[in-house]
Structures are given as C-alpha cells and as structure tokens.
Design a protein around this ligand. Structure first.
Ligand code: IFM
Length: 453
C-alpha cells in the first residue's frame, strides 16, 4: 500500500502546536443535512433555485446530501475519532423558524441532539446562523432586497440564541455575505439567481444590517463570543500597467474590503462606486454604526488567488494564468495570499478582533481505492496554508484557530456533488464515509500535538 505524504508542519515553536490553537472542521446545513421536508422544515431559496433546470450541475439538489440529519451521531463520532476539538456547523433558518416567525420545536430539537453529541465527545460547537439558506417565504417578500429581512434575521438570532443559550462556544451570524450578495444577486450563479450589481449592493447592505442587529440580541441571550464569517481571496494585477493596477484595487475592494471595511471602518469602499456608479446602498442614519458594532472575533474563509486585468472600462476581468497549480475547482493554490491578506487586514483595521480561519481547503476528484483515498494534493495544500498562517502570526496577526473545509464531501452549490471538498469521502449511493489520507494526516498531527503538550 503506498505511503501517503505527511503534513509538512510549521516548526515546534509555532503557535499552531499550542493546545489552545483551535483545530476544527466545518460544514453547512444545506450542504450535508438533507431531510429538507422533515419535521416542519420550510423550503429555502436553495430548494427553489435547485428546482430550476440548468441551475445546478447534473440537476443535483440538497434533498438528501450526506443525510447528516439522520447520521449526525456517527458523523460526530467520526469527527471525534479524527481528533478535532471543534466543529463549525450552520443552523438552517428554515428548519427552526416557522412562517409566523415562531420557533419550530422539532427543528430546534435536531440541533439540541447534535449539541448533546458534541458535548459528549468534548467537541466545541461553533454555530453559523445563516449559511445562505434564506427561507423561501422571505425571498417571496424580496429576500435580502427587503430591509425587513434584516429585522427577521435579528429576530431569528434572538430566538435561537435563547433556545440554545449556554450550548455553543461561538456564534457566527452570516457566512460569506459577499457570496450571498454578489454571486446570488449580481452574477446569478447562486440563489436567488438575480443579475445586477444594484441588487448586490442593496442585498449586501441588508445582510450586514441584519448582522449588526443580530449581534446585540445574541449578546443579550448568551455569553458565547460573536463574530461574522467573511470570504476573502488573493488579488494580483496581471501587469504593472496603471489600468491593471487600478483594476486590481477595485477587485480587491469588491472581493475583500466590502464586508471588512463596513465591519471595521463603518463605511463601504469608495472603489465600489467607481465599479458600479449606479448602485447605491440603501443606507439610513445609524445603519453603519449598527453594522460596525464591535465583534469578539472575525472568521476568515480563504481558498485561492485571482489575477485580474482591466476590462477596458471601469471594471476588471479575471485571467486564467497558465502554469500554476490549481484545484478541481480551477482555483489557483496560493498560500502566500492568505498570509498577505491577514497581515494587510491586521494593519488596515486597528479595531479588528482575533481571527479564526473558519474555512480553508480544496476540492479534488477523489476516489476510494482499496479502502483508501490518496488525496496528496490536499495534504500539501493544508500544510502550505498552515505555514502561511504561522507566518502571519509571526507578523503579529492574532489567529486563534483553524477549521478545515470540509469534514465531508458535500453539496457544492451550483456544482452539485462533483466537487469533493471533504477530508472524508462520501459515497452518495451508500452514504459510506471513508476518511481520506488528509484526514489521517491531520489525525496524526493532532496526536503529536497532544503528546507534546
Ligand atoms: O462550499 C463552500 C462553502 O459553503 C462556503 N465557502 C466556500 C466553500 C467552497 O466553495
């Protein structure tokens, strides 16, 4: 049997060897739970979006996914067996709140059972309140284009944090509002499938307003730290030309600063006005103060770098540079960008709280052979990103933990089930879980870490 590569790890003095540096795995409700019509769960925008032919590869949907709703106990045992000390999951808003805005006890009971299992195994739970699965009945009233959705989100945060008070180690309001706003409302590749930057700018404001309104509600009900999870990516100009440099600054503002400037400076980047002169955020008095409420931590999701050039107008285009390492998604592997972004954010935002890397990982076309999955590229990817995080910490960035994306292969949104991000392989016919070599390499690292403590 071939021997798998070991994780190449930062030296013994690195903070990632310390037991208080948290290592977890991450998932999201719609990507793994299935059971979309069980125990009073209402449809989400992803159920509706997936029902439209052509929206999702192979016509896949999240109806069954990894059947985690029924297999959560085994999945928690798997997580514990691999030696993780934390788990980031999301709560499905349409599962726990009914159409009248009241708690659905059966939906809440699922998360109570999950939390019981995590507690039995000593795994710290980190709960995200909205990982893109907005209830469809709210979309029918305008979704994130309607300011009222921000209030509905805060109300949901209030109710669920009362119900689960004392049970989680951290609350994360939104996952990747940039993707909800931009990919869902400007590019149309995600639910709800709208296609105008004007919609994206409006949706983003209401997403962030919902976040800002939810934070005090969470704090009033529970002592657990509160944060938001933002996705970021490296941006490099394709050339030294003034046009490409300007394009890169605008792409950086769009991809990375839109959310973080709002959270930590209380304003939207000026470059967005240059990119989309007609798109105006519906800001009312006091909104930016609400949005920039101080946080206990910020979650950063990082996967790749984009090389961008001017589109000849006031926008930019992403170029496919040849000769670089890419993943199954076509995303460039570029750990240095993670380090550079973390250091830049640390310098740009004096108010930035401690950071958790809340997602990092890669998709590969993994297959089970003789009971093993030899995902060498992922092992190298993880080790190189650990090194980048270590370098950022050496430059003063306060990183407290890392969650690998993802525990399981799962429903990768518009790509369906073809793209495999898990450190555990899922056979969707049998629901058999097979830890990949990367999971075994992480397990061995956790064991070494425990022995050194
Ligand atoms: O699968 C997604 C996840 O839901 C959000 N962050 C990026 C991942 C990979 O695309």
């Amino acid at each position: 049997m071939p021997v798998s590569p070991q994780l190449v790890l930062p030296p013994a003095g690195s903070a990632i060897w310390r037991r208080d540096f948290l290592f977890g795995a991450a998932t999201a409700a719609y990507q793994i739970e299935g059971a979309t019509e069980v125990d009073g769960r209402l449809p989400s925008i992803w159920d509706s979006f997936g029902a439209v032919p052509g929206n999702i590869a192979n016509g896949d949907t999240g109806a069954v996914a990894c059947d985690h709703y029924h297999r959560y106990a085994d999945d928690v045992a798997l997580l514990a067996g691999l030696g993780f000390s934390a788990y980031r999951f999301s709560i499905a808003w349409p599962r726990v709140i009914d159409e009248n805005g009241r708690l659905n006890p059966k939906g809440v009971a699922f998360y109570q059972r999950l939390l019981d299992k995590l507690d039995e195994r000593g795994i710290a739970p980190y709960a995200t309140l909205c990982h893109w699965d907005l209830p469809q009945h709210l979309q029918d009233r305008g979704g994130w284009l309607n300011r009222d959705t921000s209030l509905r989100f805060a109300d949901y945060a209030d109710q669920i944090s009362r119900a689960l008070a004392g049970r989680v180690r951290g609350w994360m309001t939104l996952n990747e509002p940039w993707v909800s706003a931009y990919v869902g409302h400007a590019e149309g590749r995600h639910a709800p499938g709208l296609r105008s930057p004007r919609y994206a700018v409006e949706a983003m404001h209401h997403l962030l307003l919902g976040h800002g309104l939810a934070v005090p509600a969470l704090r009033a009900n529970d002592k657990a730290p509160v944060g938001l999870v933002a996705n970021v990516n490296g941006v490099t100009a394709a050339s030294d030309s003034a046009e490409d440099q300007l394009a890169a600054r605008r792409a950086h503002a769009n991809n990375n600063l839109w959310v973080l400037d709002a959270l930590f400076k209380g304003q939207y980047p000026e470059e967005l006005r240059q990119l989309w002169p007609d798109a105006i955020a519906p800001v009312r008095d006091g909104d930016m103060a609400t949005i920039s409420v101080p946080l206990d931590f910020v979650g950063i999701n990082y996967y790749f770098r984009a090389v961008v050039a001017s589109d000849g107008g006031h926008g930019y285009v992403v170029q496919q540079t040849p000769g670089v390492e890419r993943t199954q998604m076509g995303w460039e592997v570029h750990p240095d960008s993670l380090r550079n972004l973390l250091v830049e954010f640390h310098q740009r935002y004096p108010e930035m709280p401690p950071v958790y890397i809340t997602e990092n990982g890669m998709a590969s076309d993994d297959r089970v052979q003789d009971g093993r999955v030899h995902d060498e590229q992922r092992i190298r990817y993880l080790g190189r990103h650990f090194a980048a995080i270590d370098q950022a910490m050496q430059q003063g960035v306060d990183v407290r933990g890392y969650f690998v994306w993802s525990l399981l292969d799962n429903f990768e949104w518009a790509y369906g089930y073809d793209k495999r991000f898990g450190i555990v392989h899922v056979d969707y016919t049998t629901q058999q879980r097979t830890p990949k070599d990367s999971a075994l390499a992480l397990k061995s690292f956790f064991q070494q870490r425990a022995e050194r403590a």
